[in-house]
Design a protein around this ligand. Structure first.
Ligand code: PLP
Length: 385
């Protein structure tokens, strides 16, 4: 198998699993208990909190553990919005559904939501943002990097605009963490969402960074864990694994980025040069080091994925979530893509465990399956394949 769907999820790192195992076996105490089992579990969580904080240069008191990126995004949006009823939220038209769906619900609860447009590379329009910042805006939430075509947004500039107006700024950094250096202090970010399973950690755990001084309401009420902001007995083993994954990601950040970038550039160059009627989508410069997103004219992304799977290659059209709803990508629509361009889209997302041989193999298999599919394509005459 060649796994090229690392934007959907990643392989757990061996050291992460090793760190987790004791907390699934003998160290099963509840972190809120006073006895030594409890104290050990509590200590393990606080160690993980430090490791997570260190990856984004936050204080550990600013890290709140959640069940993943989706919950972190919901916690940020609802937590800030409920402090200022009937106010306005600014987000972008290319966010993940974990932002867009809560926004839809917030509109039903009396909030006004503005969706910033993006250009054909997927970069948000800063002028529209600048002109829309006013006293009635309670939150700006713009993703750090897009999950479909990997465009990195101008986060420092967005944060600066929000900071000048004293409007809280949240960023969904689920795809960006571990793939680009992030310093929340230097960037001026107020809230940031992270997910463990995108960085070789376990699924079902994540965090919301909340800058000291930012006040939010809790989403989940109960026993008062996480300083009352997220009740529920902590998932100790997952949290320990998440912490370890962050520690490893920080330690190898520079080499991981250059490894993935090298593979990505080889992959892009070979595909674009060796397969006709293929275009690269997104921004070439401001792009995640692990993302390659293409349009293959005359074939559907779904057909490509099924064929690639037959040859042992795991790929995707973009957002894993849209597979269930069968809807056309809202991201590519917002970027002004035609129906044909959207239909033929393929995302290959790299991870730290991929190698150059896999890239070569992928390109030669892609050549083969594209020729096969195009030989029976209804667009055969149009493009003279
Ligand atoms: N935000 C983005 C940009 C994502 O890509 C994802 C997952 O694909 C999420 C949020 C949701 O994260 P999780 O799967 O941890 O809930």
């Amino acid at each position: 198998m060649i796994y090229l769907d690392n934007a959907a999820s990643t392989q757990i790192h061996d050291d992460v699993l090793d760190a987790m195992l004791p907390y699934l076996k003998e160290q099963y105490g509840n972190p809120s208990s006073i006895h030594r089992y409890g104290r050990l579990a509590h200590k393990a969580i606080e160690k993980a909190r430090k490791q997570i904080a260190s990856l984004i240069n936050a204080n550990s008191s600013e890290i709140f553990l959640t069940s993943g990126g989706t919950e972190s995004n919901n916690m940020a949006l609802w937590g800030i919005a409920s402090k200022k009823p009937s106010s306005k939220i600014i987000t972008s038209s290319i966010e993940h559904d974990a932002i867009l769906e809560p926004c839809k619900k917030l509109v039903k609860s009396g909030f006004d939501v503005l969706y910033l447009p993006v250009d054909n590379r997927g970069v948000v329009n800063l002028d529209t943002l600048k002109n829309s910042l006013s006293d009635d805006v309670c939150l700006v939430s713009i993703m750090f990097a897009n999950n479909e075509m990997g465009t990195i947004e101008p986060i420092a500039k967005i944060a600066q605009l929000c900071n000048e107006q004293k409007i809280p700024f949240h960023t969904d950094a689920v795809q960006a963490v571990g793939k680009t250096p992030i310093d929340v202090k230097q960037l001026g970010i107020d809230l940031l969402s992270i997910s463990s399973h995108k960085i070789n950690g376990p699924k079902g755990v994540g965090a919301l960074y909340i800058r000291d001084g930012i006040d939010i309401d809790p989403l989940i009420l109960g026993g008062g864990q996480e300083h009352g902001l997220r009740s529920g007995t902590e998932n100790v083993a997952n949290i320990v694994g998440f912490g370890k994954a962050c520690e490893i990601a920080k330690l190898h950040l520079v080499e991981n980025i250059s490894h993935m970038k090298k593979l990505r550039d080889i992959l892009i160059a070979k595909i674009v040069n060796e397969i006709p009627y293929v275009t690269l989508n997104g921004d070439i410069e401001n792009r995640l080091p692990n993302n390659a997103h293409f349009t293959f004219l005359g074939v559907t992304g779904e057909d490509l994925i099924i064929k690639l799977d037959e040859y042992g290659i795991a790929a995707s059209t973009g957002s894993a979530c849209s597979v269930h709803t069968q809807k056309a990508s809202h991201v590519l629509q917002a970027m002004g893509f035609s129906h044909e361009q959207i239909t033929g889209s393929l995302r290959l997302s790299l991870g730290v465990f991929n190698n150059e041989q896999q890239i070569d193999e992928t390109v030669s298999i892609l050549k083969k399956v594209t020729t096969e599919l195009r030989s029976v394509s209804p667009f055969k005459e149009k493009y003279s394949f």
